[in-house]
Design a protein around this ligand. Sequence first.
Ligand code: PSV
Ligand code: MN
Length: 424
Amino acid sequence: MLIEKKTLAEHNDSLLLQHTRRFAYTAETIPNVKEIITKLKAFQIAIPSWALGTGGTRFGRFGGGGEPRSLEEKMEDVGLLHQLNRSSGAISLHIPWDIPSDAAKIRSLAAQYDLRFDAVNSNTFQDQPGQSHSYKFGSLQHVDRSVRKQAVDHNIEVIKHGIELGSKSLTVWLSDGSCFPGQLNFRKAFENTLAGLQEIYAALPADWKVFVEYKAFEPNFYSMTVGDWGQSYLYANKLGDKAYTLVDLGHHLPNANIQQIVALLLNEKKLGGFHFNDSKYGDDDLTVGSIDPYQLFLIFNELVEGMDARGMNHANDLGWMIDASHNVKDPLEDLIQSVEAIKIAYTQALLVDTKALVQAQENNDVVKAQEILQQAYRTDVRPIVAEARLQAGAAIDPLQLFRKEKVREQLVKVRGEKTVATGL
Ligand code: PSV
Ligand code: MN
């Protein structure tokens, strides 16, 4: 479902006076506010097709009702989200959770919602019904050549689906690793994985990228074969120019300095993209910015600084995506909050007085450097983000409109209480 244009306009009218006052107050102190708004309007965050349903843990899953029953309904949900914020103009498919069996139809549906296809994701971390070989002991790392071949073939199949949809990148996340010392020969596991990735790389179209996503632990708890950014970087470097590291914020050991990782990968031209989420302990998949918004800001600060230093386009030169799957929230409300958090952090990073920061760093003025960063972080930029949304034709307050229109209740009516979307 989409919100009627008239309803959207009424919502904006009802908030316009208050918004205009707030925006004017904020904009007064920000000379380049117009430029910031232009950047904000261009900045789109892809929504993964698996985030539209309720997530679960290994202890259970509590569905919320009205979950999308098909890829078409997932696209409908992303379309609605994009209508509300004009910042979610892309969808990322996980295969085989979402197989676009009629690509032309799916493409035209995407055009209807003004969505493009972001990275396609392969899945060699679960066995599928009818599959010849099991991934119980890994996929690309596997000791058995036929398992490795099956995993390579699957990735090539995923690329084919992506080509049909107009996607331009493949994300490979492997759960490969080991649970116990001695289970795996690390060197051989690395070599096998590299050889498999090389075969996949060879199947990439010339204008495609492949993202190698790392993760410190889970489902393997002794070793992961792509366990950290160093390992991912090794693979990406050995593969070639079309291969990059993908940073998922939840995939680090506690207290990792993600912002430094980002800065160095960018500098090496090997940062490909992001999976945004937040966490307190591990891969908690919580709403972006819900636990540590300051870290998110510091990451964006490195991104903006590093991308500007290399003349990169903020909106298009890296892959921006949310990867979260919560247990207790309405998935669409969670995504509204996540997109908002990303936009806020990005705006705050755009406010950093870079020249003054460089000077403070040159002078070893630690106090000043902190003041500069926190001046930006502590600025309430929500009116700027809302103004960008308003100018783009979206809602001043997407969450308020979503609730007022009782979107979930309407979806439950159409789709039912007990629907379960595909995904983890
Ligand atoms: C693995 O934890 C991961 O972050 C990868 O990106 C997968 O594709 C996704 O989550 C599956 O939910
Ligand atoms: Mn991820």
